[in-house]
Design a binder for this molecule. Sequence first.
Ligand code: FES
Length: 118
Amino acid sequence: MTVAESPNASSEISLYVIDHRGQKHSLVALDGWRAMEVIRDWGVGIKAECGGACACGGCHVYVDPDWMYRIPAPSEEEIERLDEVHRVEPNSRLCCQIMMTPELDGLTLTLAPGSEPD
Ligand code: FES
């Protein structure tokens, strides 16, 4: 597996994303940005049709097990939306509901089937 690094990846908050082809990306995230926005804006490729409104389920990801209990728990709204997506696993989350903070430096997410852009 290769690591594709975004520019200036040595500073700020790092977000690691494994895309639908199995390629790992090292992305710079800004404090307060949604993980979905970071993935989308670096051009990794994610459906995210609703733009972060927790309405489409197109930002479904699997959270690395090491991080599962280090990120804030999902809201009731997110849990309800996850009920509507395919291939849900215990570590499933909607990444538009994960706010990046310095505490999440190194967070690793895998894009789930169904979150590929059209
Ligand atoms: Fe639509 Fe996350 S972007 S639910």
